[in-house]
Design a protein around this ligand. Structure first.
Ligand SMILES: *Cc1c(COP(=O)(O)O)cnc(C)c1O
Length: 220
């Protein structure tokens, strides 16, 4: 096996083990390989090893890399996991199959318009600022009910919640909080867990984990 296939097998094994410990099915967890900053040559071996879901955090970077890669393999799904400016909503809806960073009314409105105009419905997650951090994206926990209501009013179907816990804290309580918020609002999907903590996230209900470093190695 090449290195990409080895890393992929290891991450998939860890997901399966964590799912089993929690009494969950491993295939209830979608592994998103976060390919931001990595070029096509770094991404191709993972595609060859069978990986199909990829995450990027910038629309422009994704637009430069993925149309060509997509033409090389079938079944690729692209996830936007970074902050989205409202004026890039149309580009994002055109390119991505899922958007994990819906976090404010102006973006909800821009996405609703873009989805209608393009007649495309990417899967949508509301990002929640679970650690209440000033510099971080995501809607405040207290504002979540209103934002979900706004999305419903705009005709947008939100299917899940996404969070990035504070970097310097034990993540489990934040994963549990996101799971509880999703449950409370009857949302089936939870996007949580990165290279350092995805097994914990899986045990606490993640349906989507976003793993970069553990699959690609360190970013520059
Ligand atoms: C970069 C990034 C990841 C992946 O982080 P790793 O620690 O490299 O696994 C996951 N989620 C988001 C939102 C990111 O920006």
């Amino acid at each position: 096996m090449d290195q990409a296939a080895e890393r992929l097998a290891e991450v998939r094994g860890n997901i399966a083990a964590a799912a089993k410990r929690a009494g969950r099915e491993a295939d209830a967890v979608c592994l998103i390989a976060v390919s931001k900053t990595h070029d096509a040559d770094a991404i191709r071996p993972l595609i060859a090893a069978g990986q199909r879901h990829f995450g990027e955090n910038r629309v422009q970077e994704a637009a430069a890399k993925w149309p060509a890669l997509r033409a090389e393999a079938s079944g690729i799904a692209l996830h936007l996991i970074g902050r989205l400016q409202s004026n890039k909503a149309e580009d994002a809806v055109t390119l991505f199959d899922a958007i994990h960073s819906v976090d404010r009314l102006s973006l909800v409105q821009a996405l609703a318009k873009a989805c209608d105009r393009l007649d495309r419905r990417p899967r949508l997650f509301v990002q929640v600022n679970v650690g209440d951090e000033a510099q971080k994206g995501g809607c405040a926990v207290a504002d979540l009910p209103a934002l979900l209501a706004d999305a419903a009013d705009a005709g947008l179907r939100i299917e899940g919640l996404m969070a990035i816990p504070p970097a310097d804290r034990e993540p489990a309580p934040y994963f549990a909080l996101l799971d509880e918020l999703a449950e409370r609002h009857a949302l089936p999907l939870r996007s949580m867990g990165m290279s350092g903590d995805y097994p914990t996230a899986v045990m606490l209900g993640a349906t989507h984990v976003r793993v970069g470093t553990a699959l690609f190695g360190a970013r520059d």
